[in-house]
Ligand binder design. Sequence first.
Ligand code: NAG
Ligand code: NAG
Ligand code: NAG
Ligand code: NAG
Ligand code: NAG
Ligand code: NAG
Ligand code: NAG
Ligand code: NAG
Ligand code: NAG
Ligand code: NAG
Ligand code: NAG
Length: 469
Amino acid sequence: MWLENNMLMALAGLYTAHALSIPKKYKADVKNIGTQEHIFPYLAGSGPYFSYPNDYGISADTPSGCEISQIQLLARHGERYPSKSKGKKLLKTWNTLQHFPYQFNGSLSFIDDDYEFFIQDLDNLEMETTTENSVNAINPYTGEMDAKKHAQEFLAQYADFLEDNREFAVFAASSQRVHDTAQFFIDSLGDKFNISLQVVSEEPSAGANTLSPGYSCPAWNPDEYEDIIGSYSTTYLKAIAERLNRENSGLNLTVTDAYNLFDWCAFELNARGYSEICDVFSPEELIHYSYYDDLTAYYEDGPGYPLIQAVGALYFNASIKLLQQSEQLDQKVWLSFTHDTDILNYLTTVGLFDDEKKLDPSYIPFRNHVFHKSWFIPQGARVYTQKYRCSNESYIRYVVNDAVIPLENCSDGPGFSCEANKFYKYAENRTANQDFYQSCNVSSVSNITELTFFWDWNTTHYNATLLKE
Ligand SMILES: *[C@@H]1O[C@H](CO)[C@@H](O)[C@H](O)[C@H]1NC(C)=O
Ligand SMILES: *[C@@H]1O[C@H](CO)[C@@H](O)[C@H](O)[C@H]1NC(C)=O
Ligand SMILES: *[C@@H]1O[C@H](CO)[C@@H](O)[C@H](O)[C@H]1NC(C)=O
Ligand SMILES: *[C@@H]1O[C@H](CO)[C@@H](O)[C@H](O)[C@H]1NC(C)=O
Ligand SMILES: *[C@@H]1O[C@H](CO)[C@@H](O)[C@H](O)[C@H]1NC(C)=O
Ligand SMILES: *[C@@H]1O[C@H](CO)[C@@H](O)[C@H](O)[C@H]1NC(C)=O
Ligand SMILES: *[C@@H]1O[C@H](CO)[C@@H](O)[C@H](O)[C@H]1NC(C)=O
Ligand SMILES: *[C@@H]1O[C@H](CO)[C@@H](O)[C@H](O)[C@H]1NC(C)=O
Ligand SMILES: *[C@@H]1O[C@H](CO)[C@@H](O)[C@H](O)[C@H]1NC(C)=O
Ligand SMILES: *[C@@H]1O[C@H](CO)[C@@H](O)[C@H](O)[C@H]1NC(C)=O
Ligand SMILES: *[C@@H]1O[C@H](CO)[C@@H](O)[C@H](O)[C@H]1NC(C)=O
């Protein structure tokens, strides 16, 4: 503990990161950056953004003869530094390695080569990665760049529709990095737009009027299915630790250290663009790790935890209401930014990635494996709901991380969409009696029973205090 605190202080004092030039030790990054993108899908959604890998080949453009009538977006903040708690764990593992008294062999030998740990300023923990706070100036995977690029893609995709819709409110949960992502996105849209950013509190006291219902849900218990999650084999972690300890006699890495290395890899990519530690893992180890993440998300925040259906119904109900009011409402573009788990809760209620087969902790179900968490909610995740009109009918469909994902039971509309009335029936089936306020025991933290910000932002003005968490 002393060592750890001491080192935290030393780190805080030593570095004031300014990414103005490439330090010598990062020169190789120029050619190495870009060579690790094939592992992004295995990094538990902590590494840089990637498009949904199992694209069915359906164009995300509006089918010909159809016209967009409403666009909704629920997006995650962009690439970031680790959270404070994760940062502490990573520094502990780094501390063990840094104090190893011998030369490193094998895949850890890069550490002897003038390596500098990527967490160089503790104030960056929890924050979006930016050009300014990156470890080197050529990092292409910053949250800042991701949000700006996303906005340009949004402009290109919906150019005609946006021609007549340049004034709207954008909604962000009150975490600093969520706000920053929304702001980068807005900045990138340019000054032809008149956008009002509404910051919606993510404190439990916000109750149901929130983009992050997970925080207002005291009944949610992450350990509810700990027995299932905990039964997943850690043999792959033992193998990693043993291999590294064998290569470097006297090194005593634990299973926990081995686990932390995956996060080190993911977050170093966000902060620097390249990470030697990623090369420690075999493809098999990446698959074991990735499935563990699917399992955890499935039973803590996804279809494996029945309570989640009610949590996700909060935003889903609001989304349905907006779709049904698309003719009456002046605002046609509804962009919201929040956290990964909140998006997962929502997708769970929609049922987009739920084949009703429970994930099995005893083996990896390669053939029947729909629930790849990192594919839906990587850093910078973006879930669009498109409503369009073709001749006299309206249709709805989802675009998740650039890929059209049809509803399994309703995809016979143009572009594999679902006819609006059928969609509302489907949605009613998914949300019936899914009462977030009751199920989550919200009343113990707030008296606010409804999500209203989409409808009352122009009179209420949401400007919650930003949280560094
Ligand atoms: C921008 O939108 C706000 C409403 O959010 C409106 O009051 C203001 O007049 C608009 N400004 C311009 C320049 O159109
Ligand atoms: C709901 O909140 C009340 C008051 O805080 C508490 O007594 C009760 O145990 C909670 N119930 C659940 C299911 O969390
Ligand atoms: C590294 O490898 C060399 C040669 O195999 C060996 O002599 C040395 O002891 C190893 N170092 C450690 C720390 O294991
Ligand atoms: C690793 O553990 C062994 C046995 O407990 C101990 O002798 C050695 O000093 C430890 N190595 C380090 C680097 O702490
Ligand atoms: C749309 O047009 C078709 C064919 O003209 C017709 O059968 C159908 O009832 C119409 N639907 C609505 C909702 O008006
Ligand atoms: C789709 O339809 C099948 C068969 O009717 C049903 O078992 C399943 O629950 C439906 N799935 C969803 C997501 O509604
Ligand atoms: C939803 O649809 C399924 C399959 O049709 C049905 O079994 C179930 O009872 C419906 N649920 C509700 C709440 O309507
Ligand atoms: C969502 O709407 C359904 C009715 O379709 C309702 O039963 C449910 O309580 C609502 N849930 C939330 C969280 O608003
Ligand atoms: C809810 O409202 C009641 C009555 O106004 C008040 O006594 C109570 O403290 C409120 N609860 C919360 C969690 O704000
Ligand atoms: C606020 O927005 C609502 C819904 O779009 C609209 O009906 C109302 O007139 C607006 N109020 C003000 C003060 O702009
Ligand atoms: C939000 O706006 C209100 C009214 O303009 C102001 O009184 C309040 O201080 C603002 N809150 C924050 C956190 O900026």
